[in-house]
Unconditional design. Structure first.
Length: 206
């Protein structure tokens, strides 16, 4: 689970507590918990990137914000409407269970940090041999093609952007779905996974 995702879920959990524990209604800042959570959701989607596993969290945050906008949180605080509090807490707990389960089951995973003395560089080549026709295609104008990726010891540049785990993950997802017999959307979050290798980094001098 990524950092802003975790912070957003904590904010949603706090709002559920506000509904479930009437004493928290008296705390002034709790009335602004819903718009703060919405701001966190926007920040998370902008910085880390949205993904379908977080849709329950986005929906829950939007629901809480709409309730705040229409005065539901204020109604619960001023009148002590226990039904509204219980309803909000129940919906919140159900939404939180889904919001937490999906990112844990299908996380944006990280690779172990390399322990060697060098940084890692990588470069990808697309080679086409125009002297050899492609045998496995009906198009007579196709030629043999090969993708090759090379990893090598590189000069350490901490600010260099890291290479993605799967280039063009949205295009690769259907192929992974075909091979695993699973829905393609299960693999779309791979586009957020990065390696420790830097693309086209300078090779180590030694």
């Amino acid at each position: 689970m990524r950092s802003f995702e975790a912070v957003l879920l904590v904010a949603d959990l706090l709002i559920v507590f506000i509904f479930a524990i009437p004493r928290l209604h008296a705390v002034r800042w709790t009335g602004y918990a819903a718009p703060i959570a919405l701001l966190l959701a926007i920040t998370q989607a902008s910085i880390e990137g949205p993904r379908w596993q977080m849709v329950p969290a986005y929906a829950l945050t939007l629901l809480f914000c709409l309730m705040w906008l229409f005065g539901m949180l204020r109604l619960a605080r001023v009148r002590g409407n226990r039904l509204v509090s219980l309803l909000g807490a129940g919906v919140g707990i159900l939404g939180l269970v889904m919001s937490i389960a999906l990112p844990i089951l299908l996380p944006v995973f990280h690779f172990p940090k390399p322990t060697g003395p060098y940084a890692i560089g990588t470069v990808t080549y697309h080679w086409v041999d125009t002297s050899r026709p492609e045998l496995f295609t009906p198009d007579p104008n196709d030629h043999r093609e090969l993708m090759a990726q090379v990893w090598y010891p590189a000069i350490n540049e901490p600010s260099a952007p890291r290479a993605p785990y799967i280039q063009d993950a949205d295009i690769v997802a259907p192929a992974l779905a075909y091979l695993t017999h699973l829905p393609g959307f299960l693999f779309t979050h791979f586009k957020y996974v990065h390696t420790h290798a830097a693309a086209s980094a300078p090779m180590a001098a030694d």
